[in-house]
Design a protein around this ligand. Structure first.
Ligand SMILES: Cc1cc2nc3c(=O)[nH]c(=O)nc-3n(C[C@H](O)[C@H](O)[C@H](O)COP(=O)(O)OP(=O)(O)OC[C@H]3O[C@@H](n4cnc5c(N)ncnc54)[C@H](O)[C@@H]3O)c2cc1C
Length: 297
């Protein structure tokens, strides 16, 4: 009895991969026991190498044309779940319609990761840095589960239904309203670093310099990304006085649940969040944000 040839040993280490060409086929394949969807594979591969149970067969989404499509209507853009982060960053449509998303995607990984990693994988992973940006953009996810259905991303994060993510739908910002936005991923160093806390925001000011619309979201670390509705409510419709900003600063520092890590306590994360949100709102008084839509509006 001899050892099996080297090539056979190598082959046996890898589970089978099916390559469906339609969403329906992919879903049917995924119903077979032990199946895991794989898109860019950047998380799947890492988890597998770390010893996580990733099932015993993969369903690759790579051959499904529908999942790579990026289209726009008068009111929304649709990004296929298999669009890579690099493709989103190179898309004129995404740059023009949702510069906040571009800023978020540019903060993820390094070019080699962004060339493989997909937007769908970043969302389904559940802690991706695109999610806070997509939450403040009030994005919807289109899911396949014995038929197509659309649900707000915020609901998907609560329910995590067993489904194939096919597209992300993001409403366009109406041209005539100037919006200010905030996106910051705070890590342990400047670039190519995991997020300790990621914060995103979008604001619209009224003529009297009160905040008319405000959406804020947080993610990063081990946190499930979520909207910061209580903080939003404290700021909407109020004159942006120093007293209000001081009150909101204390509120953020003292309340809300953030998840600390071995490298950053919850208290530290709250302070970072308070600093970043209050400096964004303070900047609105001077017409500043991390970015803003057309100055001439
Ligand atoms: C070196 C390195 C650095 C990284 N840096 C960052 C970072 O800075 N920020 C960040 O957010 N992430 C980071 N990541 C994590 C990861 O690369 C991204 O989250 C990426 O977008 C995942 O996409 P993917 O296509 O590779 O997902 P995959 O690994 O293919 O899949 C991830 C999960 O989603 C499921 N899945 C994928 N697509 C679908 C779909 N359409 N429908 C249903 N389920 C699906 C898979 O089954 C799997 O459970 C990093 C990863 C590495 C290896």
């Amino acid at each position: 009895m001899g050892l099996p040839p080297f090539a056979e040993v190598e082959m046996n280490q890898y589970p089978p991969v099916s390559m469906p060409t339609t969403v329906e086929q992919a879903w049917a394949e995924a119903q077979k026991p032990g199946s895991t969807f794989v898109a860019g594979g950047t998380i799947v591969q890492m988890r597998r190498e770390q010893g996580f149970d990733m099932g015993n067969r993969f369903v690759s989404l790579e051959q499904i044309r529908r999942l790579k499509t990026m289209i726009e209507t008068d009111t929304a853009i649709y990004i296929g779940a298999f669009a890579t982060l690099a493709e989103c960053l190179n898309s004129k449509m995404v740059a023009q319609e949702q510069p906040l998303l571009v800023q978020a995607l540019a903060s993820i990984g390094a070019p080699a990761v962004r060339n493989r990693a997909t937007l769908g994988g970043n969302i389904v992973y559940g802690k991706g840095d695109s999610i806070p940006a997509l939450l403040v953009l009030e994005a919807n996810v289109v899911l396949y589960h014995d038929g197509l259905a659309t649900m707000p991303l915020s609901e998907w994060l609560q329910q995590k239904p067993n489904a194939l993510l096919t597209e992300v739908e993001i409403g366009k910002w109406p041209d005539m309203t100037q919006r200010f936005w905030l996106y910051e991923k705070v890590g342990r160093r400047e670039t190519f670093t995991a997020s300790l806390v990621t914060v995103a925001g979008v604001a619209v000011l009224d003529n009297d310099q009160t905040i008319k619309e405000l959406k804020l979201a947080v993610g990063g670390g081990e946190m499930v990304p979520h909207r910061l509705l209580e903080i939003e409510q404290r700021l909407i419709g109020k004159p942006l006085t120093n007293e209000l900003l001081a009150d909101v600063y204390q509120f953020i520092k003292q309340t809300g649940t953030l998840v600390g890590t071995p490298f950053a306590t919850e208290t530290y994360l709250r302070m970072v969040l308070a600093n970043r949100i209050v400096s964004f709102v303070d900047g609105l008084r001077g017409g500043r944000g991390d970015g803003k839509t057309n100055d001439s509006l």
